[in-house]
Design a protein around this ligand. Structure first.
Ligand code: 5RP
Length: 236
């Protein structure tokens, strides 16, 4: 982590990650999001565990965050042992002014949604490029789909949106497989007027496991800015 000079975005991600990790208290159960910003938070949480002997247990939302937690020697637990969490710290791909979000750039959306839902407080850490006026203009909605149902789901989605694609792997031929053994279908919708309605519509299709639209879930968003400041957005 030390040494190389980081871009402003990496510096911003580190700052918000540290600010979120400062919220963690002794004895807490903490959800760990996935992605590069969440990875900074896991590193900083590990630092607090080592240096302050902070007593926490974590629930990772992906193999990525699981292995990072193990590397940082943060004790891991499960939702079965701890179905209620004090706090989850997670990244996001897009956040709007109502704190609705698109997540799933890293294909971890289903576990992230479950862990966020199970948390008393869901804190999101982003750099300012992720703040948008309207969700879905610059990225698709990731949808986790049961492999058995893929063609049925895609046909149904195509009745509304023309551009619907199975996400292909990098370093693997064919579709990516999520940590739950499913596929990701990316729905390019060119901007979402009513995120809640779209979320409900996609979730009503049999075979859809979960969508990357997170509606009214975030309690607090830390936004790392280019000028080095942190903007704090709270649920109204
Ligand atoms: C993974 C996610 C991530 O939180 C999202 O993709 C943001 O990642 P990063 O912090 O690397 O930009 O939703 O499924």
């Amino acid at each position: 982590m030390a040494g190389l000079r980081l871009s402003w975005r990496e510096e911003a991600k580190k700052k918000v990650a540290w600010k979120a990790v400062e919220l963690v208290k002794d004895g807490w159960i903490v959800g760990l999001g996935s992605g590069s910003t969440a990875a900074y938070a896991i590193f900083f949480l590990g630092k607090r565990v080592k240096e302050e002997k902070l007593d926490v247990l974590v629930v990772p939302t992906s193999y990525q965050s699981f292995f990072l937690a193990v590397k940082e020697k943060i004790p891991v637990t499960s939702l079965d042992e701890h179905p209620k969490l004090n706090l989850t710290i997670d990244g996001a791909d897009e956040v709007d002014k109502n704190l609705n979000m698109i997540k799933g750039g890293g294909a971890a959306l289903t576990r992230e949604k479950i862990v966020g839902f199970a948390s008393e407080k869901y804190v999101i850490i982003i750099d300012e490029t992720k703040l948008v006026d309207k969700l879905g203009l610059n990225m698709p909605i990731p949808v986790e789909v049961l492999p058995f149902a893929t063609s049925v789901v895609i046909n149904k989605l195509k009745e509304t949106w023309k551009n619907v694609k199975i996400r292909e792997g990098k370093g693997k031929v064919g579709p990516i497989i999520t940590d739950n053994g499913n596929f990701i279908v990316d729905v390019y919708c060119g901007g979402i007027e009513n995120p809640e309605k779209v979320n409900n519509k996609i979730r009503s299709i049999p075979g859809v496991v979960e969508t990357g639209l997170f509606i009214k879930m975030a309690d607090l968003v830390y936004v790392g800015k280019k000028d080095g400041k942190i903007e704090v957005l709270t649920k109204t």
